[in-house]
Design a protein around this ligand. Sequence first.
Ligand code: SF4
Ligand code: SF4
Length: 56
Amino acid sequence: MAYQISDECIACGACADGCPANAISEGDGKYVIDADTCIDCGACAGTCPVGAPQAQ
Ligand code: SF4
Ligand code: SF4
């Protein structure tokens, strides 16, 4: 299980700064989570202003 970032992402970068596992990087027009690195902590979901990171 891992979090995924939906197309709602406005590429603000806040989630990447707060991810304890460094699993989030800037992708093409939005940020993306590396599923193999994500430890499923949920911090990004709490940080995101638009609710883009969602548990899968
Ligand atoms: Fe990083 Fe936690 Fe979000 Fe996974 S759930 S991407 S570990 S902040
Ligand atoms: Fe995208 Fe939300 Fe992360 Fe900002 S905090 S880069 S809007 S997923």
